[in-house]
Design a protein around this ligand. Structure first.
Ligand code: GLU
Length: 449
């Protein structure tokens, strides 16, 4: 079966790395099987949903390399939900209830006090027409509940395996609020049917919804119409806290601004809490090959925020020139030097933008640091003629050693400092040919700092 999956954020905040986990699981699942990935904005809550968040989510997904085959907004699909609600009412599966939140709350407390599970008692089902008319005349507006069939709901979960929930242990869910607005449950199922969603891959906080939603699929589209479900564990911080869209912590936007590599976010989002160890990858294809929903653990998926920067740096260290050619060009790092430059400096980068500093070392002006003017001047006079290659550094430093009698740190440290302006950095054997004779000579001959 060629799958159609969906990622269905509500645009009430920026997406975070935990949402990215769900997005990637769907994306990789579809890409592995040449399937279709739908981005669905669950924006029926017109008050809390914001267009700016929807746009930001699209930008964040694009940054993650996730390009939907189709984007839909629930706010533009209300006629479908009205139609489904009418059909459920006609089939006596959707019934009006008039309890206020306070009444329901008191009822729940009484049930708990008596040791009973706090399940809605279906009192509204027993109302007579006259009683309903009376409530409406008194100004009460109904909310609408879906009448569950009290049977065992079973499904073979792509992550959790054989799963079952007794529908009798659940309250009949409210599908429509008093003001006529829809809660998430019904629109989600209507859209999954309408868009031909074959696999619903989402966080395990939705397991209970699945029992309800399977009954809705069956009520609206017939027996066996429910998609295949997979509920993955949720990412938590190292201390076990969940991530919140509202706090903005670990949002994709903030990680991008902090210079974290996309592939590091992807690897962490996908591999944490699976049988695969979290490690740097060089492409999304590599992740796609590693990814398997059945390898996702049922335990918590904890990750350490501090790991992200290190993973990001390791990711950069492993990228080939081809991988970064366009990104370097965007920094105006191009031409014949670009590739040897990348190979020289990548292992020293914490973030991509650090290339600018190193590019100045090989191509521009830097503040040189000449510790020992006489020694550096002598070293400058020993620089060989160009062309230079990877052996030049060794030939030259041997000559300087022979001429000055210095060795070890006393030999190398002042040379590095004069040539690069820094205490540490990439191999001088690789940097020196990129710096070239004119710059090297000028830096070594600069006045003492
Ligand atoms: N809007 C829901 C959420 O963000 C979607 C859940 C689902 O995938 O069905 O949790």
């Amino acid at each position: 079966m060629i799958p159609t999956v969906r990622f269905a954020p509500s645009p009430t905040g920026r997406i975070h790395i935990g949402n990215a986990r769900t997005a990637f699981f769907n994306w990789l699942f579809a890409k592995k099987r040449r399937g279709t990935f739908v981005l669905r904005f669950d924006d029926t809550d017109l008050e809390r949903s914001k267009e700016e968040y929807a746009q930001a989510i699209e930008v964040d997904l694009a940054w993650l390399g996730i390009v939907p085959d189709l984007t839909v907004r629930q706010s533009q699909r209300f006629p479908l939900y009205h139609d489904a609600a009418a059909r459920l009412k006609a089939a006596d599966r959707l019934y009006p209830c008039y309890e206020t939140a306070d009444e329901l709350d008191r009822r729940r407390k009484r049930q708990i006090a008596r040791g009973l599970p706090p399940i809605y008692d279906r009192a509204a089902l027993k109302l007579t027409d006259a009683e309903r008319a009376e409530l409406e005349a008194a100004g009460r507006k109904p909310h609408w509940r879906f009448q569950l069939e009290q049977r065992t709901m079973r499904w073979d979960d792509l992550v959790r395996g054989e799963s079952r929930i007794e529908a009798a242990s659940l309250s009949d869910p409210v599908l429509i609020r008093e003001d006529g607005s829809y809660l998430y449950t019904l629109p989600s199922v209507v859209d999954d049917i309408d868009l031909g969603i074959t696999h619903v891959i989402r966080g395990e906080d939705h397991v209970t919804n699945t029992a309800v939603q399977v009954q809705l699929f069956e009520a609206l589209a017939g027996e066996g119409s429910a998609p295949i479900f997979g509920h993955h564990n949720l990412l938590t911080t190292a201390s076990g806290e969940g991530l919140s869209k509202r706090s903005g912590a670990l949002s994709i936007g903030s990680l991008r601004d902090a210079g974290i590599e996309t592939l590091a976010v992807a690897a962490l989002a996908v591999l944490t809490g699976s049988s695969e160890s979290v490690h740097a990858v060089t492409s999304v294809d590599e992740l796609r090959d590693l990814f398997d929903l059945s390898h996702v653990s049922r335990n918590a998926a904890r990750f350490d925020e501090a790991e992200l920067a290190a993973l990001s740096a390791r990711t950069l260290h492993g990228l080939s020139f081809e991988d970064v050619r366009d990104r370097l060009a965007a920094f105006d790092i191009a031409g014949s030097k670009a590739e040897p430059f990348w190979l020289a400096v990548r292992g020293n980068l914490g973030q991509m933008r650090d290339v600018l500093d190193w590019w100045r070392v090989v191509e521009g002006e830097i503040e040189t640091q000449v510790e020992d003017q006489a020694f550096c001047a002598q070293a400058a006079s020993l620089l060989p003629e160009e062309p230079w290659d990877a052996t030049t550094w060794s030939t030259w430093s041997q000559a300087v050693k022979a001429a000055t009698g210095r060795k070890g740190k006393a030999l190398f440290h002042p040379l590095r400092l004069a040539l690069t302006g820094r205490e540490q950095g990439p191999e001088l054997a690789q940097l020196l040919p990129l710096i070239g004779k004119i710059r090297a000579e000028a830096r070594l001959s600069a006045p003492s700092s």
